[in-house]
Design a protein around this ligand. Structure first.
Ligand code: FSO
Ligand code: SF4
Length: 542
């Protein structure tokens, strides 16, 4: 195995024996094979599009395959092997229907069915097959961006929203990633295009979420517990959230969110369920303690699984692209409906959650809500009550160096506001940082995909202040990354012209020195340093 797709990769070089995330080498290898045959599928779909063939129901294979290889989504070798075989079969079937079958790639033509042969192939098909350091770096940067984009695209598709341009770009780009004639310059251009398509995918998901569930609104979220049996739901899939709330009505079973599902508490459509109690616990990496004390069943709707302890493993269920050996998996029927009755019945037999904290946190500051407060915000900036905004979006993680983000939030002066999205918020959303003229100092827009909201807010402020350049706003970017959705968020920000982003806790291991230089020179990307130094670099007066 050779995997360096996430921030916690071993020694910030690569995981080569076993993943720091807990992934085995077999799983890492079969994921590489799945990505490879999916590149072949991308090429075939691109050709079918040119031949005006109907491919509308085939995009989901691309999205699901890429999404399932995101860090902490799927640890299940047999499940991934099945997906590889299914894709190979699909590729062969689609090739038969092509008018032009000439010059297809090896990935498209690959037609192995034997499990042992597939395993052998998976060991030699990885990242290191691209020999040139810079091309490898850019190809992987784009691949990880596509994985993040696939996740957001899939969430939007599940809610009935599609963007043919996004699908076309993804499939075409998968094919281009196998094209040896593309130069480093071509790949840099493709990286930026990946960012702008990522922004389109995030806009699509934003419209899918808000049209299905309303605009997030200022909300106080209970972080304590009630005395009923309960189910904890984690991950990012709001459709699963809706189905779980529907099915738990009048059963005596409560529902709580964990980690990235916290923003479900901000949507009007979910507030009507009186068994939806609030949020339990913190970000994904603390699940081994928090799932234990929760006592009831847990539903993982997307990535963010950590290897479970035996004490709660049999209470964890997966669905969608998430899978873990030994955990029960809930599949959707042909209409997308999922039957959660087994989880609900199990909940009834479990103790109610143990309280680990109490009180409330405030969130729900996606673009619509913040723009409703725009006059107040603009006035506070003009009269000097707000000195600066700091975008501290992205991911949380286990590494010690991430204390930096809590220290940074604590050290920010009282006239600054943190704009956040993603699980990074758990480093400072319980610090009680107060408010400025009634505007809370931590404005949580939602999940990592809701970083899109932060861009909409920045663009609205740019207009309100009559500025030509988004970088002239009093906004600094101090972003934490962990997995591949953060990669597409970063590329989207770059494509929108945002400069001088500080990225931490470490720069991605998959950036070669030359590619890192391109990002530094053209976009002012910088690693984090010491809190005081960074505060000064951002021009924040303490
Ligand atoms: Fe965090 Fe996990 Fe949303 Fe990621 S929960 S780490 S960026 O998967 O997706 O923000
Ligand atoms: Fe290592 Fe991250 Fe890959 Fe897991 S996903 S194997 S931790 S680089």
């Amino acid at each position: 195995m050779f995997c360096y797709q996430c921030q916690e990769t071993a020694k910030n070089i690569a995981c080569t024996k076993k993943g720091v995330c807990g992934k085995t080498s077999d799983v890492a290898n079969i994921e590489d094979l799945l990505v490879w045959v999916t590149k072949g599928l991308g090429e075939i779909l691109t050709r079918m599009r040119k031949e005006n063939k109907d491919i509308s129901n085939l995009h989901s294979y691309v999205n699901n395959n890429l999404f399932t290889t995101i860090t902490n989504a799927n640890f299940h070798y047999e499940d991934l092997l099945e997906k590889v075989k299914e894709t190979i079969d699909l590729n062969q079937k689609l090739i038969e229907g092509l008018d032009d079958k000439e010059n297809l790639s090896k990935a498209a033509l690959y037609n192995e069915k034997d499990d042992d042969e597939l395993k052998l192939k998976s060991q030699i098909i990885g990242v290191l097959n691209t020999l040139d350091d810079d091309k490898r770096s850019l190809r992987e940067l784009i691949t990880y961006g596509l994985k993040g984009m696939a996740a957001y695209n899939r969430h939007a598709n599940v809610l009935g929203k599609f963007d043919e341009n996004v699908d076309e770009f993804m499939e075409n780009t998968l094919a281009k990633l196998m094209d040896d004639s593309l130069s480093v310059e071509d790949l840099i251009a493709l990286t930026l295009e990946t960012g702008s398509n990522g922004a389109a995918a995030m806009a699509l998901l934003d419209s899918a979420n808000t049209s299905a569930y309303g605009n997030p609104e200022i909300s106080e979220v209970n972080i304590g517990v009630r005395n009923n049996p309960a189910i904890l739901i984690s991950g990012h899939d709001l459709k699963d959230m809706e189905m779980l709330l529907e099915q738990t009505q009048n059963t005596g079973v409560d529902v709580y969110t964990h980690s990235e599902m916290l923003p479900a508490n901000y949507y009007p459509a979910f507030k009507k369920y009186d068994n939806f109690v609030g949020n339990y616990g913190n970000s994904w990496w603390l699940q081994d303690k928090e799932f234990e004390s929760f006592n009831g069943p847990i539903l993982m709707t997307t990535n963010c699984i950590t290897p479970p302890k035996d004490s709660y493993k049999d209470r964890v269920f997966t669905t969608g692209v998430a899978a873990y050996p030994g955990m029960k998996h809930i599949v959707a029927d042909e209409n997308g409906h999922k039957d959660f009755s087994e989880i609900i019945e199990l909940a009834k037999k479990c103790d109610s959650p143990k309280e680990i904290e109490n009180g409330k946190i405030v969130g729900g500051f996606a673009h619509n809500q913040v723009l409703a407060l725009a006059d107040k915000v603009v006035e506070a900036v003009k009269n000097g009550d707000i000195q600066q905004f700091v975008v501290m979006a992205g991911c949380d993680g286990r590494q010690k160096g991430r204390n930096y983000y809590e220290d940074f939030a604590k050290a920010l002066p009282d006239d600054t506001i943190i704009l956040t999205a993603g699980c990074a918020k758990y480093r400072y959303n319980k610090l009680n940082l107060g408010d400025i003229n009634g505007i809370p100092r931590v404005l949580d827009a939602g999940q990592c995909n809701d970083s899109y909201s932060l861009v909409v807010i920045a663009q609205a402020l740019q207009k309100a202040f009559g500025l030509d350049d988004i970088n002239d706003l009093p906004i600094s970017y101090n972003i934490a990354w962990y997995e591949q959705k953060a990669v597409i968020v970063l590329l989207a920000l770059l494509s929108l012209g945002v400069k001088n982003i500080h990225l931490g806790p470490t720069l991605p291991a998959f950036l070669s020195p030359n590619v890192a230089n391109v990002l530094v020179e053209n976009f002012g990307i910088a690693p984090i340093g010491e809190v005081d130094e960074d505060m000064e670099k951002f021009g924040i007066k303490t």
